[in-house]
Ligand binder design. Sequence first.
Ligand code: AMP
Length: 421
Amino acid sequence: MSFSTLGLSAPLLKAVKEQGYSEPTPIQKQAIPVILSRKDILAGAQTGTGKTAGFTLPLLELLSSTKPAKSKQSIRALIITPTRELAAQVGESVEVYGKYLSFKSAIIFGGVKINPQLTKLKKGVDIVIATPGRLLDHVSQKSIDLRDVEFLILDEADRMLDMGFINDIKKILAILPKQKQTLLFSATYSEEIKKLSDKLLNSPVLIEVARPNIASQSVKQVVYPVDKERKRELLAHLINEGKWKQVLVFTRTKHGANRLTGQLEKDGITAVAIHGNKSQNARTKALDDFKKGEVRVLVATDIAARGIDIDQLPHVINYELPNVPEDYIHRIGRTGRAGNEGEAISLVCIDEHEYLANIEKLIKNDIQKVWLKDFKPDPSIKAEPINQGGGRGSNSRGRAQNKAPQSPKKEHSRRKNRNSI
Ligand code: AMP
């Protein structure tokens, strides 16, 4: 099947061709015609499936085939994403696919100066790609008019809820017009997502490319059991032996990410950390350096890594398993993207066995375990409770599966920590 059969017009097909895409991905095949028929959709699709083009292409098509908005200041399409990185990447896709159309778009997120955004909005834009907090700042300053929004896209809605954005989302929904087409994308399903979609979507068409909660098939997954104290040594060994040039490594906490980065540098392996304590500019630079191949290892926390789009990332390492099992799926979605083979390796110590069991339960599969000759765990070491390091908290789903309930005060600070990652 080629893109030309999907109902997209010449300017979009030309832009797609320039990207070198020969054939639409499964999500694109399914979603594009449905969106073009003006229906709401609820799509279960992970990052790496081509979902961004799956909604951006038909959105641009609909915008060019329908009448423009009433006033210069009104926004016709609003795309909300959980993180700045994802907003930037979706914004880039809108530019790339809309290259031969004349729409103006603006990327709106916090952590950077608001003035350039104000200037851009004042000139008038058709499409806004925003994170919830900064979007609401603009709403309260009246620098953005959302009353004429015709298309609403919630990208990675599950992550938005995880990050505690539900109230912001509700506030935004309250000012949007009732009559609009809404597209909701989520990598995983939960009760909260169901509730949100029931409220928001009008007879949606359900689209699923990989069954929800099943990790991407093109990713080879393996667990290396290893003692906690020897993880750093094993990681350096894997990177050096495999002559890996580009590897994404996940830690549970910001502190852990910094520490590991320093240790890798000491081992002579170039590394950089990306997490919420870094400024937006530092995060962008870290990602650029990694993409350019100037550093071999990008060490990331879960939320900071969301939406990172790096073509053909061959290796993802879980230096520490996530305490929220769904995060495992998000993490390994960084590799094996759009049909490329990828490898997700988890270094698992005895303390993490419960986390591993929860992940295997979620993906409904046992992950292959490989005991490396020189790194076999010492059987005399006993499991100890995992210190969350004050960096990353659990969420309601993770807590239900992993932990005893926290006191309300503690839970509040855990959520706050999580939001700040
Ligand atoms: P996404 O799931 O939107 O994050 O996209 C993942 C990656 O797939 C991006 O790097 C896209 O450029 C790429 N991609 C999107 N559509 C296609 C396609 N039809 N063929 C090949 N690559 C694609």
